[in-house]
Design a protein around this ligand. Structure first.
Ligand code: MN
Ligand code: MN
Length: 314
């Protein structure tokens, strides 16, 4: 059972980096959540390097404080958590790495602990959802991203960071009629790129619509689709943010969102939902500047943890 180092006794820049200065402990039993890194990036379609995302997010997270004043909650008055380290994926070997990610995610969920996973490229969400499914069954997916990631193959192969949600729907891991993709934008390979997901009942509130209808209406639409008691998994691709706010990512898109928008959406959507897991993916430190991207990622995870704390308080 874990609490962070008290940053009023030990300065925040001291110590060996774990997420938000949590204890490093591979045994997650008895905790409310466990952070794990998933440093797999060999399913990217463009710039690789997000294997270093977990380390960068941990480094940026040292500055975080426990109390969230908008939500009026102290995360660690409500929750116990640990940083369980990184999953030992096998670079370049998708199937083998997916088996490890599924097994590790299942290990966390099966002990009643919420996995908070730091990628890595977006392909990792498929084996995460396979792991989550073993404990919770199919989930409502709340997916913030510039890309829908619902392609069925890439160069004739099934798995890559643009296909996880096609396979998640095919395998029955998510409930498309309760799920929403938010912020999707940018040029597509074809006019029909979103047809499969929409045909399955997935809602896509694309980036232009979010800008048009606003954050409050977006939050309302996402929340109204989730039936009470349905387990919810939040997957956050950092390229949801505009390239100006998240330059450190492999497939950036313009016309996106500010860090404030992202925080407002997470804080608005998540309270009261049955949150069973989250990931933060596609942070690529080598393309970052001044740690803008990893700092945004750490704070978005912090917003999620604050919502988890509110829900725990009831
Ligand atoms: Mn993605
Ligand atoms: Mn993306």
């Amino acid at each position: 059972m874990g609490k962070p180092v008290n940053s009023l006794k030990s300065p925040r820049f001291c110590g060996i980096r774990t997420f938000q200065r949590l204890p490093h402990c591979t045994d997650v039993a008895g905790n409310d959540f466990a952070v794990m890194g998933v440093p797999f990036d060999t399913a990217t379609s463009y710039r690789p390097g997000c294997r270093f995302g977990p380390a960068a997010i941990r480094e940026a997270s040292a500055i975080l404080k426990p109390y969230h004043h908008v939500l009026d909650v102290d995360i660690f008055e409500q929750l116990e958590g640990v940083d369980a380290g990184d999953m030992d994926i096998i670079p370049g070997y998708i199937d083998e790495s997916f088996a490890i990610i599924e097994r590790e995610t299942d290990r966390i969920c099966s002990q009643g602990v919420v996995p908070v996973l730091l990628g890595g490229d977006h392909s990792i969400t498929l084996p995460e959802l396979r792991g989550v499914h073993k404990t919770h069954g199919p989930v409502a997916l709340i997916h913030l991203d510039a890309h829908s990631d619902t392609g069925d193959d890439f160069f004739g192969k099934p798995y890559n960071h643009g296909t996880p949600f096609y396979w998640a729907m095919e395998e029955g891991l998510i409930l498309p009629e309760q799920s929403t993709q938010v912020g999707i934008r940018g040029p597509l390979y074809s006019r029909s790129a979103w047809d499969y997901a929409k045909g399955k009942g997935m809602e896509i509130i694309d980036g232009w619509q979010v800008h048009t209808v606003g954050l409050a209406e977006t939050i309302r639409r996402v929340r109204e689709r989730v039936r009470p008691g349905t387990p919810v998994f939040v997957t956050f691709d950092i390229d949801f943010l505009d390239a100006a706010y998240a330059p450190g990512t492999g497939t950036p898109e313009v016309g996106g969102f500010t860090t404030h928008d992202a925080l407002a959406l997470v804080q608005g959507i998540c309270p009261g939902l049955k949150l069973v897991g989250m990931d933060m993916v596609e942070v690529l430190p080598e393309a970052d500047h001044g740690a803008i991207t990893s700092f945004a990622a750490a704070n978005i995870v912090h917003a999620f943890l604050s919502c988890l704390a509110i829900n725990h308080r009831g």
